[in-house]
Design a protein. Structure first.
Length: 250
C-alpha cells in the first residue's frame, strides 16, 4: 500500500534539487499536487518527469500575492492540501564584513520570511491533520565561513517547526523540519565554475563521516516519513539528514 495515496502535496522549489527529490518520492508513494518555482524551463522538465498527477505553478515565494495565488489555484484543481513542503531557499554567500543591508534583506526574505508566509497563506487550504515540512540546514548548527546570515535564517526555520506545531494543535496540523547536510543539487553550480564541481563534491564527501554527500532521494525518503501517518507522534521535530556531519567528529 502506497503511503501517500491520494494525498495532495505542494512543494516549493519542487523543480530542482532537494525539492524535486521530495516530489519524486511523493509521486512514487501515490501523491498528486503542485510544484512551485520561478524558472519556466526547470518547472516544465520537472513536471514532465513527475507525470499527469502533478502541475507546475510559476511563482516567487518572496511575493505574498504569488503565494496566495498558488494556494487558491491548488485548491481549485485538487481540493484541500494534505502536505506542504516549504523548501525553496538558498543564500547570499559572504561574511558579516561583506554582506550589507540588501543581501541581508534578500537572504532573510527567501529563507525565513517566505517560509513563514508560505505557511500563513496555505493555512485556509490545509486539511485537518495536514503535515507541514520545512527545510533547514546544518549551517544552522555549525558556523561555516560565509554562511552566517543563511545559517541564522535556517536556525529560525528550525524554531518555526515548533512554533507552527504549537499554533496549529487545534487543527492537528504537525510541522517538522528536515535538516540536510551537504547534498548534491544544482545549488553547487551557483557557487563554483563547472570544471571545479567534481573536485568540490569529492572534497565534501571526504569531510562527511559517512563518506559521501547526500542525495535528494535521501531527503525524499525522510519527507515521505514526515508526510505520512508513520510520523504521527512527531511535532516540532528536527530530523538531521546529514551523514553525521553535524554531530560526529571526523
Ligand atoms: N544542497 C545542499 O547542500 C543543502 C544543504 C542544506 C539545506 N539546503 C536547503 O535545501 C533547499 C533546496 O536547496 P537545493 O540544494 O535543492 O537548491 P536548488 O537545486 O538550487 O533548488 C532551490 C529551489 O528553490 C527555488 N527557489 C529559489 N528561490 C525561489 C523563489 N524566490 N521563489 C520560488 N522558488 C524559489 C528554485 O526554483 P527557481 O530557481 O525556479 O525559482 C529551486 O527549485 C533550500 O532551502 C536550501 O537552503 C540545501
Amino acid at each position: 500500500m502506497s503511503k501517500l495515496q491520494h494525498k495532495v502535496v505542494v512543494i516549493t522549489g519542487g523543480n530542482s534539487g532537494i525539492g524535486f527529490g521530495i516530489a519524486q518520492a511523493f509521486k512514487n508513494e501515490g501523491a498528486k499536487g503542485v510544484i512551485v518555482g520561478r524558472n519556466p524551463e526547470t518547472l516544465a522538465s520537472a513536471v514532465a518527469q513527475l507525470g499527469a498527477d502533478f502541475i507546475a505553478l510559476q511563482a516567487d515565494v518572496t511575493k505574498l500575492a504569488d503565494l496566495e495565488r498558488v494556494f487558491q489555484e491548488t485548491a481549485e484543481k485538487f481540493g484541500k492540501i494534505d502536505v506542504l513542503v516549504a523548501n525553496a531557499g538558498g543564500g547570499a554567500v559572504g561574511t558579516v564584513a561583506t554582506l550589507g543591508e540588501a543581501d541581508f534583506d534578500k537572504t532573510i526574505d527567501l529563507n525565513l520570511k517566505s517560509v513563514y508566509f508560505t505557511v500563513h497563506h496555505a493555512l485556509p487550504y490545509l486539511n485537518e491533520g495536514a503535515s507541514i515540512i520545512l527545510i533547514g540546514s546544518n549551517a544552522a548548527h555549525r558556523a561555516y565561513p560565509n554562511f552566517t546570515l543563511y545559517g541564522a535564517a535556517k536556525a529560525a526555520v528550525i524554531f518555526l517547526a515548533k512554533g507552527f506545531s504549537s499554533d496549529l494543535l487545534d487543527r492537528k496540523i504537525r510541522a517538522n523540519v528536515i535538516t540536510p547536510g551537504t547534498t548534491d543539487t544544482p545549488a553547487f553550480d551557483k557557487f563554483v565554475p563547472a570544471d571545479q564541481l567534481d573536485g568540490l563534491k569529492k572534497h565534501f564527501a571526504g569531510e562527511m563521516p559517512i563518506g559521501r554527500i547526500g542525495q535528494p532521494a535521501d531527503m525524499g525518503k525522510t519527507a515521505v516519513f514526515l508526510a505520512s501517518d508513520d510520523s504521527s507522534f512527531l511535532l516540532g521535530a528536527e530530523l538531521l539528514v546529514d551523514g553525521g556531519m553535524t554531530y560526529l567528529a571526523k
